[in-house]
Design a binder for this molecule. Sequence first.
Ligand SMILES: NC(=O)c1ccc[n+]([C@@H]2O[C@H](COP(=O)([O-])OP(=O)(O)OC[C@H]3O[C@@H](n4cnc5c(N)ncnc54)[C@H](OP(=O)(O)O)[C@@H]3O)[C@@H](O)[C@H]2O)c1
Length: 280
Amino acid sequence: MPKFTLTDLVALPNTLVKMPRLGFGVYQSPPETCIQSVLTALKAGYRHIDTAQYYTNEREVGEAVRRSGIPREEIFVTTKIIRTTENPDRAYETAVKSVEKIGLGYVDLFLIHTPGRGKGARKVTWGALERLVEEGKARSIGVSNYGIGHIEEMKGYAKIWPPHVNQIELHPWCQQREITTYCRTNNIAIQAYCPLVRNYKAKDPTLLALADKYERTTAQILIRYCLQKEWVPLPKSDNEGRIYENANIFGFEIEDGDMGVLDGLDQGARGAVVMAVINR
Ligand SMILES: NC(=O)c1ccc[n+]([C@@H]2O[C@H](COP(=O)([O-])OP(=O)(O)OC[C@H]3O[C@@H](n4cnc5c(N)ncnc54)[C@H](OP(=O)(O)O)[C@@H]3O)[C@@H](O)[C@H]2O)c1
């Protein structure tokens, strides 16, 4: 039996919160398309949606969840604050605005999108997210694109440490081994963004050979690779067929030797399509 199922949950550290092992990304899903894409994803069995202030579709994600008729507590919704700031009121207000736009009462996970504007702003913005947890507006909080230095620095100011999640770019060409090892050691759940490398590697011969061997698509191999690395992948698609295809990854297992072959494709920071973290 292959490991993992579509309904698997990952427990977040020091909380009662459980996060579905497969997520659905909505970056570059235009508002007019996003509702339908999320509805399709929910129909296909995804229960974890990843939006952000930056994506300008928080409202549509909330709308789709409401329209789906699926009980709120069965769906895990993440958003992210884009601008860190040293102004506590501004940080808190912009975060609350996101929760209100989504309109589901609370979010399951609120992330700081990037380490951005220096330590002072990171500290104040984290304080605002901690306040959301205290007030029940966010069930868990975390960071994105944070390196080891950023997370270590938090020990000096955080009431909630470790952050529950670090969302970073991860796929065979950008494995970020230092930060993933650090997160694992410190019990921080790892989410993988750009798990499909935006389809830029669809013609890569190694990937094509594995797709051929397992009789799967290159996208399915890449998402399955994330699962077997114990990363939570967030594939994005606005296409019905591809949304289903990307969730159909639980019926096979990549052999250890082939995981090693994919591991061998790592190019470090050079392999990133968005960014690799800065660890120190
Ligand atoms: N925290 C951050 O800084 C950060 C940065 C980037 C992304 N993210 C999150 O991670 C999610 C995923 O990353 P991403 O959207 O940048 O890239 P991705 O999921 O690696 O790739 C999405 C692209 O691949 C295409 N695609 C999807 N399924 C496919 C398939 N089965 N076959 C061929 N092509 C396929 C999509 O086109 P179609 O839509 O036409 O299918 C889209 O162009 C985002 O949506 C967002 O939620 C976070």
